[in-house]
Design a protein around this ligand. Structure first.
Ligand code: BGC
Length: 381
């Protein structure tokens, strides 16, 4: 193919006609390539990032113990991060009837977060997080969802392109892949009538899993887009004892990588679940790449994401990954460093989950970075 293209180019440079008189001129390829390159450049610029989690996506900021403070942005920037992702529960701050107006005071708060980020040369990803009602009744909430995004786009369309829009965190439950694709298409159409400049970041159904990428339909003609996925595998390790994780994740003491020095006995509730039982058998016994808690498993998953990206020509962003504070710090640091390395080896930019709460790379009580985690994310070059 490439030889043919070169031959055609040479012939045309020599002034030879390479198409028949009546044939339409070739479709210019420059535009899509350039736009594709734009998305790729915007993805690469995201570099290394961190989520400002547990603040603006709580029902009200502060309710989950985390309030975003001005010094955080300088700290984050000075540590070498390029990007902050800001999870936001817009649905708790907009009217429930048309025109679904977003509270002015809440918008001002988000303005401030954007100002602070840009002042520190950080890219800032504005997302829609924990719109819980839409996962229960997607049809009922679709109009409100689009209306909120129209307001966000209108408010931020003149901001620098270092502001990114991520329409929805982790679609799941009743908002299945089909409904999500339809809602995304409707949202992108509405949003692009207002703002074409800002890059969109979209993930697939099924909680932004890698498998979900394969069900994701990027709206026709939309080129200024990055695909995102989240990575928390093995979940039984990263979410051990997490209060919101369900009884099957209640077993503590899982180290990474496996197998552990001493077998870990799953708690009774975990044993009731078939896949969890099987997982523990493999975790406790298998060596090397066959262990479900091995670096090879991570590499395999990321290869799958990358091959989707290459096939579709859409750049990737790992928007969340992290291991909860209930795991031992050495294991967390090893896992975190490994995921980062695997992502970077494949040219995938990332954002750690998260800055200063339960997964926190920063200890707000001590006012200090958690050095093993920070080193895992920002190794000395
Ligand atoms: C959720 C958080 C959760 C994290 C890890 C995020 O997408 O919004 O609430 O802590 O994933 O489970």
């Amino acid at each position: 193919m490439r030889k043919l293209a070169v031959l055609m180019l040479v012939l045309s440079l020599l002034g030879c006609r390479v198409i028949g008189e009546d044939e339409p001129p070739p479709v210019p390829t420059a535009l899509p390539t350039e736009v594709g390159t734009l998305a790729e450049a915007r993805a690469q610029r995201l570099g290394r990032g961190v989520n400002l989690g547990n603040a603006l996506e709580a029902p009200a900021e502060g309710e989950w113990g985390m309030v975003i403070e001005a010094p955080f942005f300088e700290l984050i920037s000075d540590a070498g991060f390029d990007t902050v992702r800001v999870p936001i529960r817009w649905s708790a701050h907009a009217e429930t009837q048309p025109p679904y107006t977003v509270e002015p005071g809440f918008f001002e708060r988000v303005d401030w977060v954007i100002d602070q980020s840009l002042a520190q040369d950080l890219n800032v990803v504005i997302n829609m997080h924990h719109y819980d009602e839409i996962f229960v009744s997607p049809d009922e909430h679709a109009g409100r969802f689009v209306a909120i995004w129209e307001q966000i786009a209108r408010r931020y369309r003149d901001r620098p392109d270092r502001v990114y829009f991520e329409p929805l965190n982790e679609p799941h439950d009743m908002l299945d892949a089909g409904k999500w694709n339809a809602l995304l298409s409707r949202t992108v159409t509405a949003l692009r009538q207002i703002d074409q400049a800002h890059t969109l970041i979209v993930g697939g159904g099924g909680w932004n899993s890698i498998a979900g990428l394969k069900t994701l339909a990027i709206p026709e003609g939309e080129m200024n887009v990055i695909a995102t996925f989240h990575y928390y595998e093995p979940y039984l390790f990263t979410h051990q004892g997490a209060e919101w994780g369900g009884p099957e994740v209640g077993t503590l003491g899982l180290t990474w990588p496996g197998p552990p020095q001493e077998k870990v006995e799953p708690v009774p509730d975990a044993k009731k679940v078939e896949w969890v039982r099987t997982w523990f058998l493999r975790y406790n016994q298998n060596r090397g790449a066959d262990n479900p808690a091995s670096p090879e498993q991570i590499a395999r998953a990321f290869d799958e994401a990358l091959s989707w990206s290459h096939q579709r020509g859409i750049p990737l962003w790992l928007g969340e990954f992290g291991a909860y504070s209930t795991a031992d710090m050495d294991s967390r640091a090893r896992w975190t460093a490994t995921v980062r390395e695997v992502a970077e080896a494949r040219g995938i930019p990332w954002a750690y989950w998260e800055f200063g709460a339960g997964f926190g790379v920063y200890d707000r009580t001590l006012g200090a970075w958690r050095v093993p985690l920070l080193d895992a994310l920002m190794p000395a070059e």
